[in-house]
Design a protein around this ligand. Structure first.
Ligand SMILES: [Zn+2]
Length: 347
């Protein structure tokens, strides 16, 4: 899928091989020709290195999700782990009798059944109710908004009680969940009502006022942070990244000599970079490549991203994910200069 040796994605092969949404994700993966070796990385830490804490947090996120579909996944995964001899509880933590499936937790378990029946909806599940998801879909299409809100609050309450029991050893009575469900709905409605009461003119003025204060501050900051000329013989490179539209970043690079003369400039539009630091590191990498192409070998490269500058200045531990690839790309090219330094500039 990659052109050799230019190392760019072969869009034709990607489009012919995978589904369109998968193809778009693949094409957004930055390719750095200087990076030769593949490496394993853990996507749930910034450094890309596995830590027990991050693995534990990930499992807690799965467990605590109030989404019924994730509840189903969790239960299935527990069974799979158990099949692989990993010790874990697969039974319902409430009754310890049946395997914890979505149907059991929200419909079949005595605890859930009591809550549904005791609620103002008085739902009684019978043998004809085999699938909780089906019942939910039926409810969504047939109940009015108020009753549907109540159903959502009860479902959340059952899952909340289950998590409280497992993680906090806190056994909440079924009646309390019924009371809590009504309380949550009231709170939600109160918040929404208050929002609509805010006079539009006042809030607009508030936003405008904040924006104008920000502009004033920015203007005075700009006055004290003007571009400074480099010493004779050095070319100063300024680079920056800006979010153009959602999911697409604009990168810009300017090269000027000690007299402030513009020697070269370039812009790029890069898709799919989620984090600002990744875009800033990408801008630094593109800047280095551009100035080498231009034949500038004594350079000072400036960016307003402190962290990216710190990473390219020191050979400290480089993060493994794509951020690390851009930094490694800069390192690989740094040795080609007679003089190359990096500096942080405040915006
Ligand atoms: Zn149970």
């Amino acid at each position: 899928m990659v052109f050799v040796p230019s190392k760019g994605w072969n869009h034709t092969i990607i489009d012919q091989t995978v589904l369109p949404f998968e193809g778009e994700l693949i094409k957004q993966i930055p390719l750095i020709p200087e990076i030769k070796e593949d490496q394993l990385m853990w996507p749930h830490t910034k450094e890309g290195v596995y830590a027990v804490k991050s693995g534990y947090n990930l499992i807690c996120q799965w467990e605590q999700s109030a989404n019924p579909s994730s509840a189903q996944t969790t239960s299935q995964m527990r069974s799979q782990l158990c099949n692989r001899d990993v010790q874990c509880q697969i039974l319902c933590s409430r009754c310890l009798e049946k395997i914890e499936t979505m149907n059991h937790v929200f419909m079949e378990c005595q605890y859930a059944a009591k809550i549904w029946f005791g609620s103002k909806l008085g739902v009684r599940f019978t043998a004809s109710h085999r699938d909780f998801a089906e019942w939910l879909i039926y409810s969504i299409t047939h109940l009015n908004n108020n009753d549907l809100s109540y159903v959502a609050a009860i479902i959340y309450g059952i899952w909340y009680a289950r998590n409280q029991l497992i993680f906090e050893i806190n056994d909440i009575e079924d009646n309390t969940i019924i009371t809590l469900a009504s309380k949550w709905i009231n709170e939600y409605q109160n918040v929404n009502t208050k929002d609509t009461k805010v006079p539009i003119d006042t809030s607009t003025y508030g936003i405008r006022q904040q924006a104008s204060d920000r502009n004033r501050k920015q203007h005075s900051a700009n006055q004290s942070n003007r571009w400074k000329k480099p010493i004779k013989g050095i070319i100063k490179i300024n680079c920056d990244a800006n979010l153009a539209v959602e999911g697409r970043w604009g990168l810009g690079v300017l090269c000027r000599n000690f007299e402030g003369e513009l020697l070269a400039a370039a812009t790029w539009e890069i898709p799919g970079i989620a984090e600002p630091i990744l875009a800033e590191a990408c801008a630094l990498y593109y800047a280095v490549k551009l100035v080498l192409d231009c034949g500038f070998f004594n350079v000072l490269i400036e960016s307003d991203c402190n962290k990216a500058i710190d990473l390219v200045k020191e050979e400290c531990e480089i993060p493994k994910p794509y951020l690390g690839d851009f930094i490694r790309g800069v390192f690989c090219n740094k040795t080609k200069f007679s003089y190359c330094n990096f500096g942080h500039i405040r915006r």
